[in-house]
Design a protein around this ligand. Structure first.
Ligand SMILES: Cc1cc2nc3c(=O)[nH]c(=O)nc-3n(C[C@H](O)[C@H](O)[C@H](O)COP(=O)(O)OP(=O)(O)OC[C@H]3O[C@@H](n4cnc5c(N)ncnc54)[C@H](O)[C@@H]3O)c2cc1C
Length: 581
């Protein structure tokens, strides 16, 4: 079986656990309550399960093709139908402001929708992910006309958006971007260059595509300081949104990929393409970062989506496949064997923890945007900024690990494409790479997020985790796990001090430990979310209390007690270099 049923109860519970109610209590959301949220998520759950999920396998097998002569990219027709249903339902606009024709829901609710879309068809879901990023960018940096002409049509789903950063010699290092922008003298710009790996860079799902492109204006300073951001439509648009001639941007080729086959990954050639500047000249990186941060959270979510889809498939397979004896049953379903149960439990608890981590990041972003108190907005922004690399890197690494476990549960059938589990594993593998590799996320954590504020945001987070740990001290079923979490907090705190103290004098040594630090920090935050969930269940005498306590204990034993120590994180660049010599 390769169906998908959205775990609606889990999704709503996770949203509430990480503070959605605080967001809904804000004046801007006064017309909404949790019942409305549940209803809207239920509506999408139906679309995801019934319309989008059945296209997943077709999209993988049919893939995307480019007719080089005409430049037309085609994907399976079923994808176009599913995408049309998505657009018609107004789902792109869910979190856009009501005055712009949006649904006015918090971003965290849109995140939950995105999770379901990603589970149903990760490759197709990338299209709205990039459109959503373009929307957020134009809301912040677009001028009135750009908002009127382009933003409104991205919000209502008429057109889609792309993000054009990468070039053959500019991947992780965007300072190396070579694409040029020359002023035409009438306020417009001519864009020339080649961008690679552009997701949904060309397609027929909509009649226009809005490319947001990093390029260099004449006499721009070297490096990232000299990069500007341009809006380049596939088809030239007038001020009323009318479509005219084709612009000078074309797909030269599509990449042949390991996974997400339904998503056309394009080499885009810009030949005197007409573009317009978005935001101030030479400020493209700041603008693009506003697009990249939500996009990073959305990619972290893909780890959750794929983990959930893989879990559903593995659970179903394990219930049906019979091998070996269990008690008096012979042959027994493999789900009754302890080692298979171990794998299913690992996926279950990891997906739940990762979901809460990503949702917590989204809730922080909502509070940073909408809270009336400036101090709360600033603290929430610092929290969202800190959690973003944890959510992106840890959740996507876990997406690969959990889909691999799900494949393992299938035995030999896991390696055979027919079951479909191999697709999820192949699809999951891109998420730790794009939107800033996970190595780059770790560098972002120790550099921008921890060193710059001398560890303030991280230490505030650790203080809050400590409060949760203490609140479990009277709950016997949770005490052992809480103690382990307390030790993890001590380790993260000690390494945070070391990062702050060492970054200036010996950054290579800090960078050598950055990935291990990120992993431990993410697991500590995830562990606290599981602990909060278990405390809430224990305190209200819920029937799920023992189950959640046992799952927490499993997570702590498997993930936190085996986590890196201070010594293993601070081992240093010299040791690495010597060991590799
Ligand atoms: C399927 C797919 C879709 C994509 N979609 C888009 C898109 O829509 N738009 C877009 O602009 N781009 C897109 N990308 C590009 C993607 O974001 C880049 O591949 C990614 O940022 C990594 O860049 P790179 O491939 O050049 O790897 P490199 O930068 O060459 O990195 C190779 C390795 O070196 C490491 N590394 C590099 N620099 C450093 C450093 N300074 N310190 C430590 N480690 C370092 C990296 O972590 C990585 O492990 C896509 C890529 C793929 C494969």
């Amino acid at each position: 079986m390769n169906d998908y049923t959205a775990p609606l109860d889990d999704i709503v519970a996770a949203l509430q656990l990480v503070g959605l109610d605080d967001v809904l209590a804000l004046a801007v959301f006064e017309d909404l309550d949790i019942a409305a949220v549940r209803e809207v998520l239920g509506g999408f759950a139906k679309l995801a399960g019934e319309v989008i999920a059945p296209t997943d396998r077709i999209g993988d097998t049919v893939g995307a093709t480019l007719d080089v002569a005409s430049g037309v990219v085609t994907t399976a027709p079923e994808l176009a139908n599913a995408f049309a249903e998505y657009s018609k339902g107004g789902w792109t606009a869910l979190s856009a402001p009501v005055e712009r024709g949006g649904g006015g829901f918090p971003g965290a609710v849109a995140t939950a929708v995105r999770e379901m879309f990603g589970s149903a068809n990760m490759a197709l879901s990338l299209n709205p992910v990039l459109t959503q990023s373009a929307i957020e960018l134009l809301e912040l940096y677009g001028d009135d006309r750009q908002q009127e002409v382009f933003l409104s049509r991205l919000i209502d789903g008429t057109w889609t958006g792309t993000m054009n950063l990468t070039e053959p010699d500019a991947g992780s290092d965007l300072g190396a971007v070579r694409t040029t922008a020359a002023p035409t003298g009438d306020g417009r710009w001519l864009i020339n260059g080649t961008k690679i790996y552009i997701t949904w860079g060309e397609h027929e799902l909509t009649d226009n595509i809005i490319h947001l492109v990093l390029a260099r204006a004449p006499e721009a300073p070297a490096g990232t300081k000299g990069i500007s951001l341009f809006l380049v439509p596939k088809v030239i648009v007038d001020d009323d949104g009318g479509l005219h001639e084709r612009n000078g941007v074309h797909a030269l080729a599509l990449e042949h990929k390991m996974g997400i086959h339904a998503s056309p990954t394009c080499v885009l050639q810009f030949d005197d393409a007409i573009g317009e500047l978005v935001g101030p000249l030479h400020n493209g990186m700041a603008a693009m970062f506003s697009m990249m941060n939500p996009a990073r959270v959305a990619i972290g979510l893909q780890g959750v989506s794929i983990g959930e889809r893989s879990l559903q498939q593995a659970s179903s397979f394990a219930a049906e496949r019979k091998q070996g004896r269990a008690g008096n049953v012979n042959p027994a379903p493999i789900a009754s064997h302890p080692d298979v149960q171990r794998m299913l439990l690992d996926i279950t608890v990891t997906v739940r923890a990762a979901r809460m981590l990503v949702y917590a990041t989204s809730v922080a972003a909502d509070l940073a945007t909408h809270h009336p108190d400036e101090a709360v907005r600033a603290a929430s922004q610092a929290r969202a900024d800190l959690l973003t690399p944890l959510a992106k890197a840890w959740a996507t690494d876990e997406g690969v690990r959990t889909s691999s476990l799900a494949l393992q549960i299938h035995g030999g059938m896991g390696f055979i494409e027919e079951t479909g589990i191999a697709q999820h594993y192949r699809d999951a593998r891109i998420a730790p790479i794009y939107e800033g590799t996970n190595g780059i996320q770790a560098m972002d954590l120790v550099g921008r997020k921890v060193s710059r504020d001398n560890g303030a945001a991280m230490n505030t987070l650790l203080d809050q985790i400590t409060v949760t740990v203490h609140s479990a001290s009277n709950l016997p079923t949770l005490k052992a796990a809480a103690d382990s979490l307390g030790h993890a907090v001590d380790t993260v705190r000690a390494v945070t001090t070391w990062v702050v103290d060492t970054m200036r004098s010996d950054s290579p040594t800090v960078l050598a430990g950055a990935t291990a630090y990120l992993e431990l920090a993410a697991k500590t935050v995830a562990g606290e979310l599981l602990l909060r969930e278990a405390i809430a269940a224990a305190e209200c005498g819920s029937t799920s209390a023992d189950r959640l306590a046992a799952q927490l204990q499993f997570f702590v034993l498997e993930h936190l007690d085996r986590a890196p120590t201070v010594g293993s994180i601070t081992l240093g660049a010299t040791l690495l270099a010597t060991a590799l010599a």
